[in-house]
Design a protein around this ligand. Structure first.
Ligand code: NAD
Length: 291
C-alpha cells in the first residue's frame, strides 16, 4: 500500500479525492490509500479525510506519495519539496513553467529514485482516442487546432503556452515532434481577452497552427481542421465513453502501475521525452511572443 496526500482542493484536487476514495475494483489504484490532504483554506475534514499541514505531510511516515493539484505557479516548489522529502509525486499538467525547471525536476526524481508522474488526461479521453484512430495512417497536408475557453489568471497559471500545454500535447501525440516557426499573442487587458497563435512544422515539413483564445464566459470548445491527402477532417468524431473509466481514474491507475514497477522502461522514457518536448515547445512559443 502507498499512502497518499492530495495537495490543493480545487476542481482537480476534489476529483482526485473522490477517485482515491473509490478505486475501481481489481485495478492498480487499490494499492493507493488516501491518508490526508493539504489546503490553504482551513477545511478540517473533506469527505471524511483529515486536513494536515504541508510540514506534517512532508515529515509523515504514513505518506509515500503526493498528488499536487494546486495552480501551475505552485507546481515547482511543491514537487521539489516532496521529492526532497523522499516521496513519489503525481502532478497535474504542466509539470513546470520553464523547460529548464522541468529537466531539473526529472533529474531530482531520478537522483532520489522516486516516480515523477505528470498527468495528461487530455490523451485519455474517449474524444481523443477516437480522433487518434481517425488520424492514424493518413498523410497530413496542413492542420489547425483552435481552442476557446474562459479567462485564466496568468499569475497563477503561467503563460498561455504552458497553461494550454494540453493542446500542444494533442498535436505532438497525433503528428509527432514539432518545430515552432512563429508565434504571437494579442491581448486586451480591460476585457481580459487573449489570443495566442503558434505555427509549427512537422518532421515532414507540414504546417500546423494552434490558436488558444480566452475571455471571460467564452465557451470551452475545441475545433479542428486537419487536411489530409485523402480528405478533410473538420469535426471531432463522436466520443464513446472511455472503456477504462473516467480520465482522472485512468491516470491514477497509471501512476499506481508506475509505483508498482509495472510500466516498461521504454514506455517511461518515451513519455518523459514527449512531456519535455512539449514543455520546450511551450517555452519557444513564449519567447517568440515576447520578442
Ligand atoms: P483550481 O483553481 O480549481 O484549484 C487550485 C487549488 O489549489 C485552489 O483550491 C487553491 O486554493 C489551491 N492552492 C494553490 N496554492 C496552494 C498551496 N500552496 N497549498 C495548498 N493549496 C493551494 O484549479 P484546477 O482546475 O483544479 O487546476 C489545478 C491543476 O490541475 C492545474 O495545474 C491544472 O492545469 C490541472 N488540471 C486541471 C484540470 C481540470 O479539469 N480542472 C484538468 C487537467 C489538469
Amino acid at each position: 500500500m502507498f499512502g497518499v496526500v492530495v495537495v490543493g482542493i480545487g476542481i482537480a484536487g476534489s476529483v482526485r479525492i473522490r477517485d482515491l476514495l473509490s478505486p475501481l475494483q481489481s485495478t492498480p489504484s487499490e494499492s493507493l490509500k488516501l491518508q490526508s490532504f493539504v489546503s490553504r483554506r482551513d477545511l478540517g475534514q473533506y469527505n471524511g479525510v483529515k486536513q494536515i499541514s504541508l510540514e506534517e505531510a512532508l515529515k509523515s511516515n504514513e505518506i509515500d506519495a503526493a498528488f499536487i493539484c494546486t495552480e501551475n505557479q505552485n507546481h515547482e516548489p511543491s514537487i521539489r519539496r516532496f521529492l526532497e522529502a523522499g516521496k513519489h509525486v503525481l502532478v497535474e499538467y504542466p509539470v513546470a513553467l520553464s523547460a529548464q525547471t522541468a529537466h531539473e525536476l526529472w533529474q531530482l526524481a531520478e537522483q532520489k529514485g522516486k516516480v515523477l508522474h505528470v498527468e495528461h488526461i487530455e490523451l485519455l479521453t474517449g474524444e481523443f482516442n477516437q480522433l487518434k484512430k481517425e488520424v492514424d495512417g493518413k498523410e497530413l497536408v496542413e492542420g489547425v487546432l483552435h481552442f476557446t475557453g474562459g479567462a485564466l489568471d496568468e499569475q497563477r497559471f503561467g503563460f498561455q503556452s504552458f497553461s494550454g500545454i494540453a493542446r500542444i500535447t494533442w498535436l505532438v501525440d497525433l503528428f509527432g515532434n514539432l518545430t515552432v516557426t512563429s508565434a504571437s499573442k494579442e491581448e486586451n487587458e480591460e476585457e481580459k481577452y487573449s489570443k495566442l497563435t503558434a505555427h509549427f512544422t512537422t518532421a515532414d515539413n507540414r504546417p500546423l497552427t494552434w490558436i488558444e483564445e480566452r475571455a471571460p464566459g467564452m465557451k470551452r470548445e475545441k475545433k479542428i481542421k486537419f487536411t489530409f491527402k485523402c480528405g478533410v477532417l473538420d469535426t471531432l468524431p463522436p466520443a464513446p465513453r472511455a472503456a477504462l473509466g473516467p480520465p482522472f481514474m485512468q491516470d491514477q491507475n497509471l501512476f499506481a502501475q508506475k509505483l508498482l514497477g509495472q510500466v516498461p522502461e521504454e514506455e517511461l522514457a518515451a513519455e518523459k521525452m514527449r512531456i519535455l518536448h512539449c514543455i520546450e515547445l511551450a517555452e519557444r512559443i513564449k519567447k517568440c511572443c515576447q520578442q
